[in-house]
Design a protein around this ligand. Sequence first.
Ligand code: AMX
Length: 389
Amino acid sequence: MGDENKVLFQITEANLDTGLRGMPVSTVFTSEVDPQDGLHYVGYPIADLADLDPEAAIFLLFHKHLPSEAELADFKADLVRRSKVDPRVVALITALPPEGHPMEWMIAALNFAGMLCKTGDYREDGLNVVAQMPELVAAIYRGRSGWGAPIQSEPERGLIENFVHMMGVPGADPAKLTRLMRVFYVLHMDHGGGNLSTFVGKAVASGKSDMYASLGASMAGLYGPLHGRANQECLNFLDTCGTNDPDAVEAFVRSEMAAGRSIYGFGHAVLRAEDPRAGVQYNLGRELCPDSEIFQRALVMRERAVKVLKESPKVKNPYPNVDAVSGSLLQACGLTDAEYYTVLFGLARCSGISAQIVDERLVHRGGKGVAIYRPDDIPVNQPHRRLQA
Ligand code: AMX
């Protein structure tokens, strides 16, 4: 940055109706997606951060540097202080209809929490959401899946340790699930400023809507099957495939392509190589569930889907994205219902979106904040005319 007249992008007619693909519209301090090297948080490659304390990664996105030991201890204590969820929010959540998708519950939960708990200060509300999200998501899981009454929060355990404790997943090994969820959380927190959910959240906040309403809107974006809900669709895709035989997997991919359906877990709007977050999760699967049938299938798919997608000239990136394997790991570690996977994505993503909204509202333009979003459009087939007198 520095030369405000520098031309960054020339818009032609071919750029219209492409979902703003490739057009830079804002600056961002938290993360970057390099088409080849993938995601970086404040300059650090995501694979290097995968084993970080989730709280340290949140600190990084909010403060733009890694915490010292003392800073991390203070930050963890601050999140513990902020973690108490208003019981009225939990009561409202548990009264929601089971017909609703868990993401619809999550969007409702954020709106309920906003009505009852918002301070109106973006930073305060953002950190409060980050601290309270584990209890909200555990309430959604337990309330909707009939696992029983909410389990008392013990926030001193740590953000994810407490989350796994409050989930009380029947039959799961808590140590394994904690290891998986810590990495899952760090990998899913942020992905630049142009992804749909982040973009939408920042756009809503630019009209000075509060943090909770903005995050509710961003979670509505994440709910779409081409965006966050792809992790649910991806496990369904592996289930539907139904075989681990490489040739049969390849035949399945070919038939899905021929039918005009998506090959879930592959492709990306920005990345042009395998997503390093997928690489981290393939390695984690080898550690946590090497013999799981569904994980083995994800490994076969990694090879054969890429082969088939490479043959299609229109597909710009045939490689695995973040969702290619996450569902099979969650399933192998006890979270068997794919319908909830996007909520787990949202749990993590709210931290990155909050950090970006705080920057856009309180830091950009010398603290004045980014102006209200108002892109232009081109009217088509609308000649000016008058009603008959
Ligand atoms: N399966 C089938 N077709 C695919 C494909 C895939 N995995 N990836 C791309 N294509 C198709 C597109 O639909 C498009 O077809 P069209 O020209 O007929 O409309 C064409 O190839 C060109 O697409 P692209 O420029 O390579 O990708 P994109 O930016 O339009 O779309 C994405 C990106 C992710 C929506 C697409 O790759 C896709 O649908 N993937 C499967 C769903 C998925 O895994 N989503 C998760 C993404 C990560 C996330 O947000 N969580």
